[in-house]
Design a protein around this ligand. Structure first.
Ligand SMILES: C[S@@+](CC[C@H](N)C(=O)[O-])C[C@H]1O[C@@H](n2cnc3c(N)ncnc32)[C@H](O)[C@@H]1O
Length: 439
């Protein structure tokens, strides 16, 4: 932690409620400081840090009453210590400073402890207690409900990754905890599953149970459908099985995956799983987006390893961060385990580039995009088994939804070569040697 003394314009100082541990300002204390200043006494500089959002402002870590006093006497400048916290929690720093001259009230201490824990659930009760001047046991009591909810959240995340076939070391890495912790959490799984099954056996529906326990629906499906065949699963999900090879759906089943640009229907993933994989097989989803493949794999008892450049550890821990870099393509997983099925749903060429990150392959030139596909297929091939299947999902409209096919220009397509050889690859499954089918 570093400290620099300076005098700054009072207009550059902000009282940021996010990191202010008190419920208000005490007027008597402000008047006392103001009187001291008018009488020419020196008072201590206030502690500030550079505001994380507005770089030209400072926010108060300690000295809100003194700052008010300077304003009250009409001062335009104020002496400060600019503090660099080096990772210390600013709310806890402020709380620790506050307990010196004037103890935090019971309510202020409780609120500060809860806010600090909500911001960072890795803080221990001891650390919080030290900052707010309370014992570890008191802090335990302040945050007991928050901690229980966090533990439940952790359990659910671990459960989900475990059901999807993640080895414990990868779960530990993703959750930022050690393997022993994962092992301990996994020990709680049978009991969690038992709780859900009890409610399900009482006749509660999957959405009701999911809501009651705070679980996502796909995970509840994975438990309620345990041991069932794929066909029973189709029926339970209310999806008619298409027994022919042209599949149409009007909409995406909202129970699976997040609202995501280029989201695909879970019903289609269900069909791909049914026709091209077996239960317990490992599915690999290199550009997973909103996670519809992983969610559907839960409902169909497939393992699934998903990756995307978009990293969302809180909501989608099972989608591991991975940037497929065209200049240095690498398979993200080392080890002998190879996928049985790859479900590859890259973003369309250009058409939705504004909806994805700047670096997404959607923004590449046509030549580069095709080069990427070529290199990716070669890499996937060298990391696959002989029996691995690939579902390549591509909507190669030449323009987009609102242009009639006959008005479209070929320049915006990727795989359509010429009018004579026109092929549509929409939702077409291909093996390791792509064989476009004339429709
Ligand atoms: C069409 S979306 C996948 C949608 C997904 N199947 C769903 O239904 O939600 C394609 C995904 O590819 C990801 N992506 C694009 N370029 C990437 C790259 N170079 N490396 C990793 N991910 C990339 C985007 O972030 C996007 O989430």
């Amino acid at each position: 932690m570093a400290k620099t003394a300076r005098t700054v314009p009072i207009s550059q100082i902000i009282l940021d409620e996010e990191i202010y541990p008190r419920s208000g300002v005490y007027p008597k204390r402000v008047s006392m400081f103001a009187e001291n200043l008018r009488d020419g006494f020196e008072i201590d500089s206030i502690d500030v840090q550079i505001h994380p959002e507005y770089g030209d402002k400072y926010r108060i870590l300690d000295g809100a009453h003194r700052w008010h006093a300077y304003k009250e006497i009409g001062a335009t400048e104020i002496p400060v210590h600019i503090i660099t916290l080096d990772g210390l929690n600013p709310l806890l720093y402020a709380a620790k400073k506050a307990i010196g001259p004037l103890q935090l009230t019971e309510e202020e201490a409780r609120t500060t402890a809860r806010r600090a824990y909500e911001n960072n659930s890795r803080l221990t009760s001891f650390e919080i207690g030290q900052a707010i001047g309370r014992s570890r046991q008191t802090v335990d009591a302040y945050i007991a409900d928050l901690r229980a909810a966090t533990n439940m959240e952790i359990d659910i995340k671990i459960f989900r990754m475990h059901r999807l076939g993640f080895p414990q070391d990868r779960i530990a890495k993703r959750m930022g905890v050690n393997q022993k912790t994962i092992h301990n959490h996994l020990g709680e799984m049978p009991e969690l599953a038992f709780l859900l099954n009890t409610d399900l056996s009482k006749g509660f529906t999957v959405p009701q149970v999911a809501e009651k326990h705070g679980w996502a629906e796909p995970l509840v499906w994975s438990i309620t459908l345990e041991g069932k065949s794929d066909l029973v699963r189709f029926k339970a999900l209310n999806w008619g099985l298409r027994t022919w090879d042209l599949w149409n759906w009007n909409d995406c089943d909202k129970r699976f995956g997040d609202d995501w640009p280029g989201r695909i229907p879970a019903q289609m993933i269900g069909h791909i799983l049914y026709y091209f994989s077996d239960q317990n097989d490992l599915v690999f989803d290199p550009m997973a987006g909103g996670g519809v493949v992983a969610d559907t794999c839960l409902a169909f008892n497939r393992k699934c390893w998903s990756f995307d450049m978009d990293n969302r550890p809180d909501t989608r821990p099972e989608i591991e961060p991975c940037f497929w870099d065209i200049t240095n393509l690498k398979w993200p997983i080392k080890g002998k385990t190879k996928p049985d099925l790859i479900i590859f749903d890259p973003p369309y060429f250009k058409k939705q580039s504004n909806n994805y990150d700047f670096d997404s392959i959607s923004g590449l030139s046509k030549e580069k995009y095709l080069e990427f596909l070529k290199s990716f297929f070669a890499l996937a091939h060298s990391n696959a088994k002989k029996s691995t299947q690939m579902a390549f999902i591509n909507a190669d409209w030449r323009d987009f939804q609102n242009t009639p096919a006959k008005n479209e220009t070929r320049v915006n397509s990727i795989l359509i070569k010429s009018d004579a050889q026109e092929v549509l690859w929409r939702f077409r499954i291909v093996g390791s040697t792509p064989q476009p089918r004339n429709l």
